[in-house]
Design a protein around this ligand. Structure first.
Ligand SMILES: Nc1nc2c(ncn2[C@@H]2O[C@H](COP(=O)(O)OP(=O)(O)OP(=O)(O)O)[C@@H](O)[C@H]2O)c(=O)[nH]1
Ligand SMILES: [Mg+2]
Length: 257
């Protein structure tokens, strides 16, 4: 590579990507074990098999960071990955267990849904939710349930319509339009503007740039570390105050001064 080309490659990498420096951090099966680091986090939620682990891998530019599988229900715990430089990570990417997989025994299902709902409703560090849905299907009741759990936090939800490589161009346009109509109705009914959507394919690397911009924007959100030590911030949102597990590392708005 010429040094010029090399410089350019380096510039691109620097602009991009927190996510390109990522590593496994921990697996959590109980809320009390959630990490206490004062970093922002972005979680990937969606039906089992929607493509969460595959999306994390491709966005982080690693083959097997998150374990992707043909067997639905593969990700059964909450997996945390740090992003940013190894010596000074800047946030977490979180791979959540998929929901809606029928073959899971009742008790395990109840445990997951309890874990998932508590996590998204109470986790102060969670700056935004990436909700993955198969672009070939409309949003399901369980997807709407997830939105209903998270939306009251006032934080954004970005939909990735996954496996877009399976759709023709026209079908993709229609899928995106349908999803945007659904979220526009939701936002309108709730008087919010929290939801957005895009097409995505881990296989064909479609939509990476847009997704990176959203996720890195959330992770770098201003209030990250400056507020990490301030207990007062915990009362800023009721969910933070109600959370037994979270260290409440940030608030929604950067300090005015
Ligand atoms: N064609 C195509 N297949 C994909 C894409 N992304 C994921 N898949 C396939 O979909 C299946 C499920 O992908 P995963 O990433 O494991 O899905 P998940 O949402 O993590 O699933 P759980 O862990 O069970 O919740 C695998 O067979 C993937 O290869 C994509 O962009 N295009
Ligand atoms: Mg998975």
């Amino acid at each position: 590579m010429s040094s010029h080309a090399h410089d350019n490659a380096e510039k691109r990498a620097a602009k991009s990507f927190l996510l390109h420096q990522s590593r496994f951090f921990t697996t959590v099966n109980h809320l009390k074990d959630l990490p206490r680091e004062a970093w922002h986090e972005v979680a990937f939620a969606g039906r089992s098999n929607a493509g969460k682990s595959s999306a994390i891998n491709v966005l982080c530019n690693q083959r097997r960071l998150a374990f992707a599988s043909k067997t639905p229900g593969r990700t059964q715990h909450i997996n945390f990955f740090t992003v940013g430089p190894e010596k000074s990570p800047e946030g977490f990417i979180v791979d959540l267990p998929g929901y809606g997989y029928a073959q899971v025994p009742g008790a395990a299902k109840a445990h997951w849904s309890q874990l998932l709902s508590s996590y998204v409703q109470t986790r102060a560090a969670l700056r935004g939710l990436i909700l993955l849905t198969d672009s070939r299907r409309p949003l399901t009741d369980l997807d709407m349930q997830m939105i209903d759990w998270f939306a009251p936090t006032g934080r954004p939800i970005h939909l990735l319509l996954t496996k877009a490589d399976k759709l023709s161009r026209q079908e993709s346009v229609n899928a995106l339009r349908a999803a945007r109509a659904t979220i526009a109705r939701y936002d309108e009914a709730n008087g919010t503007r929290q939801l957005s959507a895009q097409l995505f394919s881990a296989l064909k690397r479609v939509g990476l740039e847009e997704a990176h911009a959203v996720i890195e924007g959330w992770l770098r959100g201003d209030a990250a570390r400056s507020n990490a030590d301030s207990d007062a911030d915990a009362s800023e949102t009721s969910r933070a105050a109600a959370s037994p597990d979270a260290p409440a590392p940030g608030v929604d708005e950067p300090d005015a001064n």
